[in-house]
Design a protein around this ligand. Structure first.
Ligand code: ADP
Ligand code: MG
Length: 460
């Protein structure tokens, strides 16, 4: 990948001055007197990559629009280098989830559009656009129209259009969520490389994501948002850059901590965090204070047959369905349906928005796949997303006989769950792991056995 030439610009020192800040920002939409954002303070400093996590509808996109100067706050201020912002913020460029490309313009024209508000001459605009296109791996597609491009390529255009302005601050609003896992993975890795190697003059990045793993992989600092009204619940320091890609205990602990915070929206995040830190320094996974510090996510009690059936069903009804209708049409109890929704959400196969279940592109791919592809996709996602499954495969791989006693897993689960729930978690993970052909389970011997054919997957 080429480097964007910025002659006059030597790489800035990192972790420094305040570039952009929301200062006590409140926002009401229209006449509505209940705020969407309430007293939000968020600062981006030189050299930082910050991730913003939070439930949908909590006002993350609203905050981005305000900080980009696309819309004023109702109260409070946005500060650019300490000075109050008025009107659009020319230092900021935004990449949206929805790509937001003009279908009637070519790739080159879409990218050049990012520069329309600048005083550059047409020839300069053209050259800059060519550079950005090259940088983001779109060379050769200059004359293509958006409809001729895959989702991944469209989002590359989105990135090029943002980077072409050489923004000081880059906002990414769920830029990978409309892409399938592999495409997202590639683009994320490339973005990370551009940033790490300072191939772009951008001095701070703020990414909105609902993917905890993504936040942990990318960010120096992780801000967790709460809803009703939107507010900052807690900020966490990210992993040191060198540790981002190793799947070790520190990383797993951070992921689980954030998961705990996000799945307990009514608890005081700072107190939760403190408990987690204490739990980590004492006996990991033991109960501390009033909260059980879980080492694992809670797997919804869902069989693989129900899970695959549900994804297929969603695909046949157009990839979306309201929970009430689904519950009625599938003749399921609401809590059983919600367990299914939770499972598909955990695996990134579907999203729940305003009580509507939406199949993700990955979910669609899963539904369209033949059995082998379906299993391969499930194997990849499950290893990525399910910490218990990762743990079991890792143990199996390190065991000289490539076996593991069920009792040991159960014992371990009982540090985090009641014995009844531990049993349930075990049965679910065995069901999922067998289907993924990661391991087999001999229930007479009470022993898990590694599936040799697919034993390359869990490296951490
Ligand atoms: P998030 O990005 O965290 O999902 P948003 O910022 O998109 O949240 O939305 C926050 C809340 O503000 C939601 O309840 C949404 O319905 C509402 N909202 C967003 N944009 C507008 C708008 N232009 N007018 C009125 N309400 C809006
Ligand atoms: Mg949003």
């Amino acid at each position: 990948m080429a480097t964007l030439a910025v002659p006059a610009l030597t790489p800035p020192p990192r972790g420094g001055e305040s570039l952009l800040a929301a200062d006590d920002v409140r926002k009401y939409y229209g006449d509505d007197r209940s705020p969407v954002l309430d007293h939000v303070n968020l600062e981006l400093r030189d050299g930082e990559f910050v991730a913003l996590l939070g439930p949908s509808g909590s006002g993350k996109s609203t905050l981005l629009r305000i900080m980009a100067g696309l819309m004023p706050p109702s109260e409070g201020r946005v500060l650019v280098h300490g000075e109050p912002l008025q009107g659009p913020n020319p230092q900021v460029a935004v990449v949206f989830q929805s790509f937001a490309l003009f279908p009637w313009l070519t790739v080159l024209d879409n990218v050049e559009l990012g520069l329309l508000a600048t005083p550059l001459l047409p020839a300069e605009r053209h050259a800059r656009a060519e550079q950005a296109i090259e940088l983001i791996g779109l060379a050769g597609y200059e004359e293509a129209f958006p409809k001729e491009l895959s989702g991944g390529m469209k989002q590359r255009v989105g990135f090029a259009r943002a980077l072409v302005v050489h923004p000081e601050v880059l906002f990414l609003d769920e830029p990978f969520s409309a892409l399938d896992v592999l495409t997202a993975e590639n683009l994320r890795a490339e973005l990370q490389e551009l940033w790490a190697e300072r191939s772009i003059p951008t001095r701070a990045v703020l990414i909105v994501t609902h993917n905890i793993e993504e936040a942990v992989t990318l960010a120096d600092r992780i801000v967790v948002f709460g809803a009703n009204p939107g507010h900052v619940r807690v900020e966490l320091r990210g992993l040191p850059a060198a540790e981002r890609h190793v799947k070790n205990a520190t990383r797993a602990h951070l992921v689980d901590t954030i998961y705990q915070i996000m799945t307990n929206p009514d608890q005081d995040a700072a107190a939760l965090l403190e408990q987690r830190l204490m739990a980590a320094s004492q006996a990991p996974g033991r109960t501390t204070g009033g909260v059980r510090a879980r080492r694992y996510q809670t797997l919804p009690d869902v069989s693989i047959d129900d899970l695959t059936g549900f994804v297929q069903y969603l695909a046949t009804v157009g990839g979306r369905g309201h929970v009430h209708e689904l519950s009625r049409d599938l003749q399921m109890r609401a809590d059983d349906l919600l367990a299914l929704v939770e499972a598909t959400d955990l695996l990134g196969l579907a999203d729940l928005q305003n009580r509507t279940v939406l199949l993700t592109p990955t979910g669609q791919r899963f539904a369209d796949a033949d059995l082998d592809e379906e299993k391969a996709l499930f194997r990849q996602i499950a290893i990525e997303q399910i910490s218990l499954l990762r743990y079991i495969v890792r143990e199996l791989e390190t065991s000289p006989t490539h076996t593991l006693e069920a009792e040991r897993v159960l014992d371990d689960l009982e540090h985090s769950f009641s014995s009844e729930e531990a049993r349930r978690q075990f049965e679910t993970v065995v069901d999922w792991g067998r289907y993924a052909e990661l391991f087999s389970y001999d229930d007479i011997a009470g022993e898990l056995r590694l599936d040799e054919e697919h034993r390359i997957t869990a490296d951490g």
